[in-house]
Structures are given as C-alpha cells and as structure tokens.
Design a protein around this ligand. Structure first.
Ligand code: ADP
Ligand code: MG
Length: 353
C-alpha cells in the first residue's frame, strides 16, 4: 500500500500547457477525488499517474518509488474507465483473469484471485456470461474486478459511473465506497459530479483550468471554501451569489433591498463584492413582500423555491415542512449572517471576516 505524491507536475500538448504545476500529497489508503468542470485536466492528471500520458515536467511518486517515467505496467496501478473496456468474446471470469494470464500467473492463483474479486463484487452468478449479457452496472463491476485481481497499490477511476443511469449510479457509488473500506487501497477517482465527490472522498481536489483550486475534506470545502468557484461547485443546489458593495455598517445588496450587517475591515469600504448564501441557510419569510416566487419545485421532502429579485438576480431557497411557497407568492427572506460568505468582486477569492 502506498500514497501518491505529485511534485510540480506540468503537462503540455505541443505548445499548449494544460496542467500548470500541480503539487499534491495523497496518503496511503486515502480515497482522493479529482473534481472540476469538463476540460479542467482531471483525466490528464490521472492518466499521468497511470503512465498513459507522458509527464512533461515534475515528478510523480508512488510510495517511495519515483514512477514519473516508468511503464504503466510497472507502476502498481490499475485503472477503471468510463467505457468498461471489456473483451466481448470473453466470459466475465476470463475478462477478470486475462491480465494475470498474460503475465504468466498459474491457473490456481488466477482462479483464487478472480474468485476473491467476484465475491467482493457479488459477481459469482455471472462468471460464465459474456459482457453482452450483462447490465451496465454489472459490466462496470467486471472492469472493477479486473482491477482488483491485479492487486494494485493504487486504483485509478476515470468517471466510472458516467455511463450508468441515475439509480445504478447511486447503487455503484455505495459499492465503490464499500470496496474502498474492504480493500483499503489508495484510490484516485475522477468525476465532474460534486455529489460523487462529496459522498466518496476522504480528500477532494478541486481542479480549475489545470490548476488546483482547493484541497480538503468534503465538509471542509463545503463549510470553508477559499473561492467563489469552490463555493459554487460544492453543494447542490449551488450557493446563491449576489452582488454587493461594502459600506460602513455592512454590505449593501440591491437584490435583497437591504444592507447585510457583516463587518469587513474598514479598508474594504467601497469595494465590490459578491455575497454567498446556501439555499439551505435561507428561510422564506411569508410576512415580507420583496420577492416574487418564480417557481417552486417540490421533491417531496424538500422544495426548491426560486425567487426573482428586482435586479434580475435569482435566489434559490430550500423549504421543508408542511407549509411551502407557491408560484406567484410574494415573500421575503431571512438568514443568519453567520452563514454569509463574502468574495472579492474581482479576484473572486474569499474575504474572511
Ligand atoms: P477533463 O478530464 O477534466 O474533462 P482533460 O484532462 O481530458 O479534462 O483535458 C484537459 C485539457 O487538455 C482540455 O483542454 C483538453 O482539450 C486538453 N487535451 C486533452 N487531451 C489532449 C490531447 N491529446 N491533445 C491536446 N489537448 C488535449
Ligand atoms: Mg475526463
């Protein structure tokens, strides 16, 4: 078992640099999730760890070994792809054992390892089937099984659940979490889905345009984001952002028709800022008459109420309980200023106060 260390890792395709000096320490046995919007460099970074992409500059170590320029097969990693990449003419059992067979492992050992992976993944009843006769979730399980039998030090997953429907995705997410608990190996998992990141990760790495934006435990990123980008990316529905200007006694927020009484340092007066409040931290005030309800989406246990402000800025509020707002209502909002975050209007970095 081994951790993974990236030191000033850079990737260039020709003249175009897509990874800009990433430093990262992933601990032994940790479940680390790379998350970020499409094109931010998640797969590139993962493929560099796998050895499927050449590292232009910097170093990658697994445990105490510098693997930067090693062959993929020598690195002690196994990768699971979005597209499963199973051999259609082989059975489940043959697919899982193929890598070991190619490397000349004895049949008894292959049978034992495939048996163990099959038990972990509950594939015992499907071992003699071909991939065409499996559901998407079962196919992805086989490709995870193929990774397990290789006994890697590090598992690498690139959006493994993206091809599954919503229900199966949730089911497989739980399975992968269980797998990590049972095997205890270091895992790096790439996804653009912040819910997967939140639910699976010990450590989330938020990537943005080839840079690390922030690294932290899921609840650290949720509670204490360093930037508007992270604040907006983690949490669903996303945090509300409203423009404001810093005054003596607080922040003047036109969309709320009020001054939010948060005290920033005196030298901030006059600055443009963005305030952020999460939907779950705002309450509808039915006595107020400042905002019209554009839409109310009820999911059953919770409703998402979309309010329109005179500035044209939308605000989403989470409502629970028996009394819910309806389209066409006119209401106001209440929130605790302890839940307000402030971001610099230009740099979008968090202003802590
Ligand atoms: P993600 O997985 O986060 O969606 P990628 O790592 O696939 O993003 O891509 C990161 C950036 O690198 C993108 O801008 C993409 O266009 C670019 N890129 C990826 N592969 C290549 C390639 N083979 N040649 C040139 N640019 C590439
Ligand atoms: Mg990708």
């Amino acid at each position: 078992m081994s951790g993974v260390t990236l030191g000033n890792v850079i990737k260039r395709y020709g003249d175009v640099q897509v990874i800009h000096g990433v430093d990262l320490q992933i601990e032994d046995g940790e479940f680390c999730v790379f998350v970020g919007p499409s094109g931010c460099g998640k797969s590139t970074l993962l493929r560099m760890v796998a050895g499927l992409e050449e590292t232009t500059e910097g170093t990658i170590s697994i445990g105490s070994r510098d693997v930067t320029h090693m062959d993929p097969a020598q690195r002690g990693v196994a990768m699971v792809f979005q597209t499963y990449a199973l051999y259609p003419h082989m059975t489940v059992k043959e697919n899982m054992g193929f890598g070991l067979k190619m490397n000349g492992h004895p049949k008894s050992e292959i049978d034992q390892k495939v048996g163990e992976a099959s038990r972990i993944l509950k594939l015992d009843d499907y071992l003699s089937r071909k991939p065409a006769a499996l559901s998407g979730g079962q196919r992805q399980r086989v490709s995870i099984g193929r990774a397990i039998v290789r006994g890697p030090e590090v598992f690498l997953f690139d959006e493994p659940l993206s091809n599954l429907d919503a229900e199966l995705r949730v089911e497989m997410r739980v399975e992968i979490a269980r797998l990590h608990k049972e095997i205890g190996a270091t895992m790096i998992y790439v996804t653009h889905d912040q819910v997967e990141a939140m639910t699976l990760a010990d450590k989330i790495v938020v990537l943005r345009a080839g840079y690390i934006e922030q690294v932290g435990a899921p609840m650290e990123l949720y509670r204490d984001p360093d930037s508007k980008f992270v604040a907006g990316f983690i949490g669903s529905p996303a945090m509300n952002f409203l423009n404001g200007v810093v005054k003596e006694g607080g922040i003047d927020v036109p969309a709320l028709q009020t001054t939010v009484p948060v005290k920033l340092p005196a030298d901030h007066v006059g600055r443009s800022v963005t305030i952020g409040v999460r939907p779950e931290h705002i309450e509808v005030d039915r006595a107020g008459k400042t905002h019209s309800v554009d839409l109310s989406e009820s999911l059953g246990g919770v409703s998402y109420v979309y309010l329109m402000s005179e500035t044209g800025e939308k605000i989403v509020v989470e409502e629970r309980g028996d009394e819910r707002s309806n389209e066409g209502d006119t209401v106001s909002m209440r929130f605790d200023t302890g839940h307000v975050m402030v971001f610099d209007g230009e740099t979008e970095k968090r202003i802590r106060f």
